[in-house]
Design a protein around this ligand. Structure first.
Ligand SMILES: Nc1ncnc2c1ncn2[C@@H]1O[C@H](COP(=O)(O)OP(=O)(O)OP(=O)(O)O)[C@@H](O)[C@H]1O
Length: 437
């Protein structure tokens, strides 16, 4: 038979590559920290383990691409990873103190179960960049969902776009732990398109959109007792100085936060404690708790270049799928069939470019309709659900388009869209976000 003849040529087309598994044994409260550049697989071979709050199924092969992370085990387990994963075991993790935050949230929930007018734990996670804020948010979502709660996750970091795209501020009701391979992309979020990856471009718009998200989430909580009791988990961006601190305070007030968790920054913890908890400690008369947590030694520090690459990868995944299995469509429309708006009357001039003592007179919430032009090429636009231009800024976003071509002669604009068919609305929002592969 051909198969048994060692000299016969191998059919490289149909042969699946040989997988070489590398085993690791984790003791109780160990974690396996890993870095994956190209596609790799991870499998739980024995025991129990979780990936940032989400339990791994036994013997299931999880495929991951371009991620840094850790598999943690409370009781010990055996993990196998493919030989292209760089990994090491650590037994120094802050998981006990992270689980403690979950217990505090849970006690809060239990204490208000029968009180219809009380809100569940509304937790805001703050801290500098690269301290594990998003990771803690995932862990808390996973632990809450595993107990049957439906907390709202609100992502106020437009730099990364964990739910949809960078530039968006989103809220999602979480009914299951974060998917290990797909992340949060399968949730149905409320989305506001801020349009920029940095908060200083239009802080007034940022505040207005937090307020809108908060109203959407509150409405949802009014309709579901479980959602109200479950509360919310808010992730913030790592800008904690000056205007960044101001926006953090605004977020705490607008979302009526009752638990602030500060990771790895004494000054921020001290400033927020002084301002929000009258005793300066954990329990205040206002009911606000301000708590500090250590950073995990596993948190990966990301360079500006890596962050930019991750942003671009996130946009690619939106159109082509996480596994590259989606097929986006090109939609060509006449200029007259779309209304493209930008907020703030154009990019604000930096204060250094204005005469000394003067401030910009541009209304940051003013909408300016703009005509298609070659400068729009490569922009990412949001399609709004708004019925008219007045409600544009407060309306939810239906999805995103990428401007792949502008033809000034035929007056047609080509969009890459995630699905075929007519655009759900002619109202489009533009910011400064561009997709440059
Ligand atoms: N224990 C860990 N072991 C290995 N990698 C980890 C661990 N915890 C977090 N990471 C990774 O470190 C990176 C940074 O973590 P994370 O995104 O949670 O930080 P962050 O504070 O939210 O960052 P930023 O606010 O700057 O966006 C992520 O890639 C995350 O998967």
């Amino acid at each position: 038979m051909f198969e048994n003849n060692p000299d016969s040529p191998k059919d490289t087309q149909t042969q699946t590559p040989q997988i070489t598994w590398v085993p690791y044994t984790l003791k109780s409260e160990d974690e396996l920290r890993f870095e994956i550049d190209k596609e790799a697989k991870i499998k739980l071979a024995d025991g129990t383990a979780e990936y940032f709050g989400t339990e791994l199924a036994l013997n299931r092969e999880y495929t991951l691409n371009n991620v840094k992370g850790a598999i943690f085990s409370w009781k010990g387990c055996k993990i196998e990873v493919t030989d292209n994963v760089k990994a090491y075991i650590s037994n120094g993790t802050p998981m006990l103190s992270y689980a403690n935050i979950h217990s505090i949230m849970d006690q809060h929930r239990m204490s208000i179960l029968s009180q219809k007018n009380q809100q569940g734990p509304r937790v805001l996670i703050a801290g500098p960049t690269d301290v594990g804020k998003s990771t803690l948010a995932k862990i808390l979502m996973g632990y809450s969902a595993r107990l049957g709660y439906n907390p709202a996750f609100i992502d106020l970091d437009p730099g990364q776009g964990s739910i949809t795209l960078p530039g968006a501020l989103c809220a999602s009701l979480i009914d299951r732990p974060v998917d290990i391979e797909e992340g949060l992309s399968n949730t149905v979020p409320f989305v506001q398109y801020y349009g920029h990856t940095s908060l200083d471009i239009n802080p007034t718009l940022f505040k207005a959109q937090i307020q809108s998200l908060g109203i959407s989430v509150d409405k949802r909580m009014e309709q579901s007792d479980n959602a109200r009791v479950s509360g919310m988990i808010v992730n913030t961006c790592g800008w904690i100085e000056g205007l960044g601190y101001e926006l953090l305070r605004e977020s705490i007030n607008l979302l009526r936060i009752n638990i602030i968790v500060v990771i790895d920054n004494e000054k921020l913890y001290s400033d927020l404690s002084r301002e929000f908890s009258s005793g300066g400690g954990n329990n205040s008369s206002s009911g606000m708790k301000v708590m500090k947590l250590p950073k995990s030694g596993g948190v990966y520090l990301r360079s500006a270049l890596f962050r930019k690459q991750t942003r671009m990868q996130r946009i690619r995944e939106y159109f082509y799928g996480i596994q590259g299995d989606l097929c986006p469509h090109i939609t060509i429309v006449d200029f007259k069939d779309v209304c493209i708006f930008r907020t703030g009357g154009g990019p604000p001039a930096p204060s250094t470019a204005l005469p000394i003592g003067s401030t910009s007179v541009i209304d940051p919430l003013a909408l300016q309709e703009i005509q298609p032009s070659p400068e729009m090429l490569h922009s990412v636009l949001a399609i709004s659900y708004a019925k008219n231009s007045q409600s544009l800024l407060r309306s939810n976003v239906a999805g995103f388009l990428y401007v792949s071509d502008i033809n000034m002669e035929t007056k047609k604009i080509s969009f890459l869209a995630p699905c075929p068919g007519d655009l759900p609305s002619k109202f489009l929002l533009m910011g400064t976000l561009k997709w440059l592969e």
